[in-house]
Ligand binder design. Structure first.
Ligand SMILES: Nc1ncnc2c1ncn2[C@@H]1O[C@H](COP(=O)(O)OP(=O)(O)O)[C@@H](O)[C@H]1O
Ligand SMILES: [Mg+2]
Length: 501
């Protein structure tokens, strides 16, 4: 028998401390964008109980800088040093329920993803502390020594520091300058566009904090207060809200609430575009996952369904507590998560009921109505970006009737048909299909009407070269006839008998 090595047998130890210069550069590339980086800094302010958060972007200076100032609890110097440490909190430690942090990385990795010089000024109990990571200095020294700055009055952003609170200052904005190192005007324009893009994201991500008569926080950009964007349009009278459907799990309760947005004609254009976001409504349908009220996933079905035109108005708010981070695989940026299997199963049912059924109904009817029949009652007409459904004036039943009418009444008849087309209740249909698709059916056709339809259609089809033998199959491709098939097949036989006689 081989001897089992003891705990120290054959083990030598060497120092393998990471190289500061390369490790800190690596922290720049967690995949943050300006908007997700700013959101991560604002998370810290919210966790620190701030109710005023000011974003200031000085974009047109020779050395542009961005600052986020809050009036939260601030930090003592020892706390600031801890906060500046990469990986300052254990991700598996329990967090207070309002804590929006996760890995103890956000402040550093979010900031350094956008800039090479991060300075944090903070005041707590009347004492100011100021610390800095400058990547060029770390690169030179290749160690983890943090700069503590005692003449903090001279630091950019100091003016923004309240009685109690914290200012995070980003300088050397290498990644936000669009490559315009010397052209100040172009660089400013680029920076402004980036900041404007991030503004939408912040209004969306923190909308629950910005809403209501007494918002939890007041967030401003260069002095202008940012208004919330509620992706559920909850306050719009035409939004349909299903009741909350809580899912009780080992680590907490998840709340699931389905919403159907109003049709765009019922909203102002501005509001509609705002909740559609830069990618538009088709891409914005789906799940909206909130962690402690902070939006972490905005749209998409996370593999549970496809984003289709028919489910464009479906949005499901899913609320999770921060006790479920491990199961949800919340990433460092808090910009993605994965559904735990048990939630996936449950949500799949919700999504299927909410979105799936309507799609099936629509597809099968749509296809037959449009493609397979030769004389549809309705025509699908594509005009630019729009799809229009129009009664088919050329349909044999309509045409035959029109021909029987005296000349002066024909125009009136055509007008009636056109009105039926333009009066198609699209919004109502849409809402019904989305919420209750299977229940939507066409009206029953009267015996006599059916006979009239079958006979005139059969005549036209045969005049157009359809064989008597092929008649039943051709006619079955009409959804309306197919749904009355037992009567229709008898009528076809009757028609063929009368033809032979
Ligand atoms: N604006 C702030 N006000 C007070 N404390 C802060 C602020 N920002 C960061 N901190 C402190 O720094 C710590 C590290 O922040 P961060 O790197 O974002 O990690 P995390 O948020 O995951 O804890 C926080 O846990 C908090 O104690
Ligand atoms: Mg954080």
């Amino acid at each position: 028998m081989k001897p089992v090595p003891g705990p120290k047998t054959n083990i030598r130890e060497v120092d393998a401390t990471p190289y500061a210069a390369s490790l800190i550069e690596g922290h720049r590339d967690f995949g943050y964008s300006l908007e997700t980086a700013l959101a991560d800094i604002i998370d810290n302010s919210i966790t620190a109980d701030a109710n005023v958060v000011q974003l200031v972007a000085n974009t047109s200076l020779d050395m542009p800088w961005i600052a986020l100032a809050d009036n939260g609890i601030g930090m003592f110097e020892a706390e600031l040093i801890e906060a500046m440490r990469l990986g300052s909190k254990n991700p598996t430690a329990t967090r207070a329920s309002k804590d929006l942090g996760r890995f103890g990385l956000g402040l550093k990795s979010a900031s350094l993803s956008q800039c090479r010089k991060l300075t944090v000024l903070t005041r707590r109990g009347g004492k100011v502390a100021c610390a800095r990571w400058d990547l060029d200095r770390v690169a030179r020294r290749n160690d983890w020594s943090l700069e503590l700055i005692d003449d903090w009055e001279t630091v950019n952003g100091f003016d923004l520091l309240p009685e109690s609170g914290t200012v995070v200052v980003w300088e050397k904005l290498d990644r936000l300058s669009g490559g315009y190192t010397h052209d100040r005007a172009k660089r400013a324009a680029h920076l402004n566009a980036e900041v404007a893009g991030a503004e939408h994201h912040l209004r969306l991500v923190f909308h629950r904090f910005l809403e209501g008569p007494t918002p939890r926080i007041k967030l401003s950009l260069n002095g202008r207060t940012l208004k919330p964007i509620d992706p559920m349009a909850s306050n719009h009278p035409a939004t349909q809200k299903d009741p909350d459907d809580p899912l009780r799990l080992k680590n907490g309760i998840i709340h699931v609430r389905c919403h159907t947005l109003p049709h765009h004609k019922r909203m102002s254009r501005e509001a509609w575009e705002e909740i559609g976001g830069p990618e538009g409504h088709l891409k914005s349908q789906g799940l909206y996952v909130y962690r402690e009220n902070r939006l972490i996933i905005a749209g998409g079905w996370l593999g549970l369904a496809r984003q289709s035109e028919l489910t464009k108005l479906c949005r499901i708010a899913v609320d999770i507590p921060n006790t479920m981070d491990a199961e949800w695989k919340i990433d460092v940026k808090k910009a993605s998560a994965q559904l735990p299997p048990v939630v996936r199963e449950r949500l799949k049912k919700v999504v299927e009921r909410f979105a799936g059924t309507s799609k099936r109904t629509y597809r099968s009817r749509g296809r037959k109505l449009v493609d397979e029949s030769r004389f549809p009652l309705w025509n699908r007409v594509q005009r630019d970006e729009q799809i229009i459904f129009r009664p088919n004036h050329e349909h044999p039943v309509f045409r035959e009737f029109a021909e029987k009418l005296p000349e002066h009444l024909r125009e009136g008849f055509d007008r009636c048909l056109r009105l039926i087309g333009s009066g198609l209740p699209i919004e109502t249909l849409h809402a019904e299909f989305v919420g209750n698709g299977e229940a939507v059916t066409p009206d029953v056709t009267e015996e006599n009407d059916l006979k009239e339809l079958v006979f005139s259609l059969a005549t036209t089809l045969m005049e157009n070269g359809v064989d008597a033998d092929a008649l039943p199959e051709t006619m079955q491709s009409y959804p309306m006839l197919n749904s009355n098939w037992s009567s229709v097949s008898q009528l076809i036989e009757e028609y063929l008998r009368t033809k032979v006689q």
